[in-house]
Design a protein around this ligand. Structure first.
Ligand code: ACO
Length: 325
């Protein structure tokens, strides 16, 4: 009998410090950087974002999200047999955030590793966990997206620093005899590395290159809109479904205009798109599980509904997961 994976519970965590656009604009003004609530809302849909406290790392945010997902799933950390964390902002070069989360949850023994696919990271991590469950090598997986992008922003560059925020989202996946995850679709094309990157790296005890985010916004926009439609259609085709079968589109929360444009291409009305970018900003690998958990907890997403999760990010990487909740 074929094994599927299904979502047993979701959780998320946002750090306490919340900055509205006006708060951020006031902080930036002290450094001679000019921006406004109007500009940010009009171009991106973002109204506020959360920033982690100095003492908080990705593993702290991830652990909080994981605890909430475990509670929602009604299981304990000892019952997990796989932990995957999607992040591009780990606490350290190594060890992985996943092993830190495992320890903070008070468990040990099961495999734990990080996946680095930037804003598509959660889609990659969910796909790997689904494959491991389908193959029988795991039964209960914790899959997390966690980021502290505030650490890699250049607060003198107004074209990027207004876009991102910190947070974490998590799901518990478990083996089931019915789907669950219906189809997955992953892609990458490394030729686009320069349009979105953090070029700095640790080298012989120092940092070589600029360790802050660089982005060609318009190039990212064009690429994102095209591949998000393609990957959604690829997952639908694999599952023999059509865009009319989608109850909720849960896209990576980068920019409201990218999300609206993808929804239009999939002939979905705006009220079928889960939008959290207005309150969270772009939280990279955390954005999809944060949006998912938000809509599960506020009652919009119901058991039995069909969800399209999709992401695109640096690399470039992109992909989608179609599932029955
Ligand atoms: N406040 C005020 N003015 C600004 C700001 C700001 N924060 N940022 C840029 N401007 C100014 C520019 O200096 C420019 O001024 P000028 O005309 O006098 O030269 C003007 O606004 C227009 O700048 P553009 O860069 O052309 O603005 P654009 O309309 O392209 O919007 C944006 C920029 C929002 C980044 C857009 O390109 C975009 O949404 N791109 C998608 C990128 C994205 O979402 N990235 C997220 C990470 S990638 C991912 O998650 C997949």
């Amino acid at each position: 009998m074929r094994i599927y994976s299904r979502i047993l519970g979701t959780g998320s965590y946002l750090p306490e410090k919340r900055l509205t656009n006006a708060d951020l604009a006031a902080e930036l003004a002290h450094q001679g950087v000019e921006t406004s609530d109007d500009w940010i809302v009009e171009r991106t849909g973002i109204r506020a974002r959360h920033f982690a406290a100095d003492a908080q790392g990705s593993s702290d945010l991830a652990t909080e999200a994981a605890r909430r997902a475990l509670t929602a799933a009604g299981i304990s950390a000892e019952e997990l047999d796989l932990i995957i964390v999607a992040t591009s902002t780990p606490d350290m070069v190594f060890p992985s955030v996943a092993t830190m989360v495992q320890h903070k949850l008070g468990t040990a023994g099961c495999p734990a590793f990080d996946v680095q696919a930037v804003c598509s990271g959660f889609i990659y991590a969910l796909t790997i966990a689904d494959s491991m469950i389908q193959s029988g090598s795991a039964k209960r997986a914790l899959v997390i997206g966690s980021e502290v992008f505030s650490r890699i922003l250049d607060f003198k560059d107004r074209t990027t620093c207004v876009l991102f925020g910190d947070g974490a989202g998590a799901v518990i996946l478990e083996a089931a005899d019915k789907p669950g995850i219906l189809a997955t679709d992953l892609h990458a094309d490394g030729k686009h590395k320069d349009i979105l990157c953090v070029p700095g790296h640790v080298n012989r005890g120092g940092i070589l290159g600029d360790p802050v985010l660089k982005m060609d916004g318009q190039a990212v926009f064009k690429l994102a809109v095209g591949v998000l439609e393609e990957t959604a259609r690829a997952s639908l085709a694999k599952a023999n479904l059509t865009d009319a079968d989608i109850d909720w589109l849960i896209p990576h929360q980068a920019n409201i205009r990218i999300m609206q444009s993808t929804a239009k291409k999939l002939k979905l009305s705006a009220d079928k798109v889960v939008v959290t970018v207005d309150q969270h900003g772009n939280t990279s690998a955390a954005s999809i599980p944060l949006a998912l958990d938000t809509a599960v907890r506020d009652g919009r997403i119901q058991r039995g509904q069909t969800l399209m999760l999709e992401g695109v990010g640096g690399g470039f990487t992109w992909g989608s997961v179609l599932l029955r909740y």
